[in-house]
Ligand binder design. Structure first.
Ligand code: SF4
Length: 179
């Protein structure tokens, strides 16, 4: 209980600092500072928990904007509907899914994401999202183990965004390697 309260207090501090940073800092180069610090702290905490324990159930949670905008296949109901055509990274995610036996969900919003988590109860979630969704998601779900990865905005937010498969695989390799 003490650990939970002190952890929650730290998360409250980071979240408040992030909100203030967003509100009052106009300089784009400094705007991400608190979000980056929060993410760094959170990911270190999650990594530490799995230093010696191998998670049984790993999930990847993705935003819908990762899917190619013109793709006709409905991957939000089942990611396996993807035909791996290469126009977006969902095909590569399916390869990781198979290789590491992962649960993968492409969610259109927070409610669906929460439903998925409640149903699958993963030991750890690798969540990919934009800064705002990722930071608020990590804050809301504490003390859940959510390892956060930013998606990449290529042209405009919310359409045809990208992600680093290498970054995700690095986390998976860390989680799989235990003494
Ligand atoms: S890789 Fe899959 S989800 Fe992406 S555009 Fe092709 S079929 Fe659609």
């Amino acid at each position: 209980m003490t650990n939970f309260l002190s952890g929650k207090l730290i998360y409250n501090f980071f979240y408040l600092a992030y909100i203030l940073n967003e509100k009052f800092i106009n300089d784009q180069s400094k705007r991400n500072y608190m979000a980056d610090k929060f993410l760094e702290y959170n990911n270190k905490r999650v990594r530490k928990k799995f230093e010696r324990i191998k998670p049984k159930n790993i999930a990847i949670l993705l935003p819908h904007c990762i899917q190619n905008y013109d793709c006709p296949f409905k991957i939000t109901s089942d990611v396996e509907n993807c035909k791996k055509c290469g126009k977006c990274k969902i095909g590569k995610i399916l390869e990781l899914k198979e290789k590491y036996s992962l649960e993968v969900k492409v969610a259109t919003g927070g409610t669906l994401a929460r439903l998925f988590i409640k149903e699958k109860k993963p030991d750890i979630i690798i969540a990919v999202a934009c800064k705002r969704d990722l930071i608020s998601g990590i804050y809301d779900t504490f003390p859940m183990n959510v390892y956060g990865v930013y998606n990449k905005i290529i042209h405009s937010p919310c359409i045809n965004t990208d992600l680093s498969i290498e970054e995700i695989e690095k986390v998976l390799l860390f989680l799989g390697k235990k003494n």
